[in-house]
Write a protein that binds this ligand. Structure first.
Ligand code: GDP
Ligand code: IMO
Ligand code: MG
Length: 441
């Protein structure tokens, strides 16, 4: 088989980490392809909780090779901190983790530019994670970025860094009246990081290609979600990378024909962190309940996540944009205590029904969701592993989500732990091209 891509279908935090960890048991390789330490992927193994920012969520299996692909922007200090944290928890990564020499490096000045820009935007700020992601991708596209491989060539690295610091200092001073940086200080600091990471920095494109050619099972782990994608998301309230399945090709160095299947992860409701339109957002006691019950606080920044009903328009769009072959529905258990549950099937704008996400942010912000109401099941589903053991109302709800998405559900998550999952079909073991809806009620 080729590769299976796992992508978020909403605004991130869908539970990709949990699903990738579960599937990684049968994978030979897990590859991150975009984003950086803005991601926070939670994996609960036994009594231990891990939050991965840059390290792929397959690292807990010693036999699974983990790769940080060329499309990722790497903050070496954050990566080293993560490796130290893993070591403290008894997880070995030596010989098991590789970083692309072409992945771009996040510099201290990227974070400074982001902070200054967000402050200046005031009420129109994006609400970024403050990890320097946007400015690092700006440098990449402007062809002045510094790549992981450059850190291993000190004279070349010094020259590029001096040029960039001179330009950045002028920008920080002129635009934001902010203090500048000392190139030499950054140079020495990053040389130390390079020494620590040296043995991991390789041409990962070749590594992944070799694995695929040998028939190994490869998982491509998306970060963020489809509606945070720089092209297909709610622009400008998005991240600066291609979080959708298309990004997996450029961010790893493989062709689209190599990707056999794409699994979309969707929460049984919707959340969003940061600014931007969110039609089904609930600013009432139900929203507060979802936040509390779902423990909806950012894994990276600790910020409270905005919560609302499941939005089928978002997920249907994600099916199209990513060519999803199946879905994993997560956090079903969070809905256990509700009397009734709503799903948004379309929007209303000035009396007109919309079945697709309007591209104009002003219209999306002013849309009213059109809801269907479903009876709650008022019983615990936590930890259920067999589909037939679910209350009939929960099965009906899932069947409806599948119907609305026009995409089959392969997995249903009923808790944060690995084993708290209903596996209807393992998408890594049986690849399948898009095959339409399949009733599960
Ligand atoms: P990711 O960024 O997509 O990997 O998702 P996050 O890790 O940021 O957020 C998902 C949160 O939900 C984490 O705290 C997970 O431990 C938790 N989680 C995942 N699946 C389930 C589930 O089915 N039920 C419950 N209650 N929690 C879950
Ligand atoms: P995972 O992989 C949820 C959001 C930020 C902000 C916008 C831009 O854990 O699902 P950025 O720092 O990327 O420039 O911020 O994107 N954001 C996320 N929201 N989950 C994430 O990652 C996110 N990564 C970025 O909150 O609104
Ligand atoms: Mg997250």
């Amino acid at each position: 088989m080729g590769a299976l891509a796992v992508v978020g279908t909403q605004w991130g935090d869908e539970g990709k980490g949990k699903i990738v960890d579960l599937l990684a048991r049968d994978a030979d390789m897990v590859v991150r392809y975009q984003g950086g330490s803005n991601a926070g992927h939670t994996v609960v193994k036994g009594e231990t909780t891990f939050v991965f920012h840059l390290v792929p969520s397959g690292i807990l299996y010693r036999g699974t090779t983990c790769v940080i692909g060329n499309g990722v922007v790497v903050d070496p200090a954050a990566l080293i901190e993560e490796l130290d944290g893993l070591r403290a928890k008894g997880v070995r990564t030596e010989g098991n983790l590789f970083v692309s020499q072409a992945a771009h490096v996040i510099m201290p000045y990227h974070k400074a530019i982001e902070k200054a820009s967000e402050t200046q935007k005031g009420g129109r700020r994006i609400g970024t994670t403050g990890r320097g992601i946007g400015p690092a991708y700006v440098d990449k596209m402007a062809r002045i970025g510094i790549r992981m491989g450059d850190l291993l060539d000190p004279p070349y690295f010094r020259q590029k860094l001096e040029d960039n610091v001179a330009e950045t200092n002028a920008l920080l001073q002129a635009l934001y009246h902010a203090p500048g940086f000392h190139a030499e200080k950054i140079f020495q600091e990053y040389l130390r990081y390079a020494e620590r990471l040296r043995s991991m920095i390789v041409d990962t494109g070749l590594l992944v290609d070799k694995a695929i050619t040998k028939g190994k099972r490869v998982l491509l782990e998306g970060a963020q979600g489809t509606h945070l994608d720089v092209d297909h998301g709610t622009y400008p309230y998005v991240t600066s990378s291609s979080a959708s399945a298309g990004g997996a090709c450029t961010g790893v160095g493989i062709g689209p024909t190599v990707i056999d299947a794409v699994l979309g992860v969707a929460k049984a409701y919707t959340t969003r962190v940061g600014s931007g339109p969110f039609p089904t957002e609930l600013s009432n006691e139900v929203g507060a309940m979802l936040q509390k019950q779902g423990n909806e606080f950012g894994a990276t920044t600790g910020r409270a996540r905005r919560c609302g009903w499941y939005d089928a328009v978002l997920v249907r769009c994600a099916v199209r944009v990513n060519g999803l072959t199946s879905l994993a529905i997560t956090k079903l258990d969070v809905l256990d205590h509700l009397d009734e549950i709503r799903t948004c099937t379309g929007y209303k704008f000035k009396g007109r029904r919309l079945d697709e996400i309007p591209q104009e942010m002003a219209i999306l912000s002013a849309c009213n969701p059109v809801y269907e109401t479903w009876p709650g099941w008022k019983r615990s589903t936590t930890g259920i592993t067999a589909y037939r053991a679910l209350p009939v109302e929960a099965r009906r709800y899932l069947a409806r989500l599948e119907e609305l998405a026009e995409c089959p559900i392969d997995l249903v998550s009923t808790g944060s732990k690995r084993e708290q999952t209903i596996v209807l079909r393992n998408p890594l073991l049986q690849s399948r091209r898009r095959s339409g809806a399949r009733p599960v009620a």
